[in-house]
Design a protein around this ligand. Structure first.
Ligand code: ATP
Ligand code: ZN
Length: 285
């Protein structure tokens, strides 16, 4: 039977969340410690563990059919693949930073400066768009120490909290790209593989929808039912059952994460009691 090959980061900031996503789709595979590839027991998928930088290229070549990688790495790689969906984790930004003691009025101050980065393509594009002529020093790691060792006057690197910049005496002056993990696909996937990808996506979407919603159960006096139900848009009409307690009903529905607390407060002040909120594992509609 045909299988699809999924490339994920072997070890790093995207590894845990990538594995979690696979697990949430109820796909399990043998303990893969130290291995390059493993096949799932219960889904036609093989998982390849790679360095993140290699993932776009392997997906372009078809060594892997799909992959999970940071958008920053994808765009920098300039590989020809399809972006299937953003995944909502691994959020970070690519920023230019300079030593804290150096005055900064605006982007024109970068003219004539040397900037160290592992993202020359993204940096070049940003500088060109802003008509800045700066020199780009491509280095592969420890970019943040470049100014202190005299290699460059600024850096362009990934920032998430800013603490690395701070501890290296740098300040963020320009944000050039914002990124999150994305699912990518080879451009020439066979129909059979596309079908497997669709199944994988269906599971992923059900889990994601479930995370955005909660199951809500509450008791309401019958004269307040209409008002309370109007506060519960849900997926469809809520289930209402009479309680043994005279004049009261139990209401079951699904409520979105968005404005969650506000909704609960309104429901409570409308007279609901015994409000119970439960997580949903999968949601299909
Ligand atoms: P590899 O050994 O696979 O090449 P790496 O050191 O290049 O790993 P990581 O530091 O693990 O990569 O980061 C992987 C991706 O995680 C980044 O490309 C980026 O998309 C994302 N990311 C999210 N937050 C951060 C952060 N604070 N610092 C760096 N990367 C982050
Ligand atoms: Zn890397």
């Amino acid at each position: 039977m045909e299988k699809i090959k999924l490339a994920i980061q072997k070890k790093g900031r995207l590894s845990e969340k990538s594995l979690e996503l696979i697990d949430e789709c109820d796909i399990s595979f043998p303990n893969s410690a130290g291995r390059l590839m493993t096949a799932a027991y219960d889904f036609p998928i093989e998982i390849l563990f790679l360095r993140d930088d290699d993932i776009p290229g392997y997906v372009e070549d078809g060594v892997a059919d799909i992959g999970i990688v940071g958008e920053n790495v994808l765009v920098e790689s300039a590989k020809e693949v399809d972006l299937v969906t953003k995944l909502g984790f691994g959020r970070c930004r690519l920023s230019i930073a300079i030593p804290r003691g150096v005055a900064y009025q605006g982007i024109a101050d970068l003219n004539g400066k040397a900037i160290a980065t592992s993202y020359p393509r993204l940096l070049r594009k940003y500088l060109t768009e802003n008509q800045v002529h700066a020199e780009i020093h491509e280095i592969s790691g420890s970019v943040e120490i470049a100014p202190s060792i005299g290699l460059a006057e600024g850096i362009c690197d990934i920032v998430s909290t800013g603490s690395t910049l701070l501890s290296n005496g740098l300040k963020e002056v320009e944000q050039i790209f914002s990124s999150e993990a994305v699912l990518i696909r080879n451009k020439n996937l066979s129909a059979a593989k596309q079908e497997i990808l669709d199944k994988f996506m269906f599971r992923m979407t059900s889990v994601r929808k479930a995370k955005k919603n909660k199951y809500i159960l509450l008791n309401a006096p019958n004269e307040k039912l209409e008002e309370i139900i109007s506060l519960l848009p849900g997926l469809s009409s809520p289930t209402v059952q009479s309680l043994a307690r005279e004049g009261w009903s139990s209401v079951h529905s699904v409520i979105q994460d968005q404005d969650f607390w506000e909704k609960i407060e309104q429901i409570k002040s409308a007279g609901a009691e015994g409000i119970l909120i439960m997580p949903i594992e999968k949601l299909i509609y």
